[in-house]
Design a protein. Sequence first.
Length: 117
Amino acid sequence: VQLQASGGGSVQAGGSLRLSCAASGLTFSRFNMGWFRQAPGKEREFVATITWSGGSTTFADSVKGRFTISRDNAKNMVYLQMNSLKPEDTAVYYCAAGLLIGSWAYWGQGTLVTVSS
């Protein structure tokens, strides 16, 4: 199983980025997907999840109203659209896959997002 996150970069506060995660080696449409992040010196934290069907999403309070998560099961892709970015969103972002929400069996390698003020 491989999860390849991409789309990170440097952006000014208020800007937007779209992260992508390409999955392979698994029956993607069976897996719930999540995005997590880890800022320098901090523990990894939950950002957003989406169920296998795309029918339900959840978000951390810190990103609600600014981030959206979506998936394309035909392409084995999950996305994180990040708008109104803040310096505190600076982190390495990881995608994860699990058959159960909260039990993440597979992790991607991470993509760095840097938001400057």
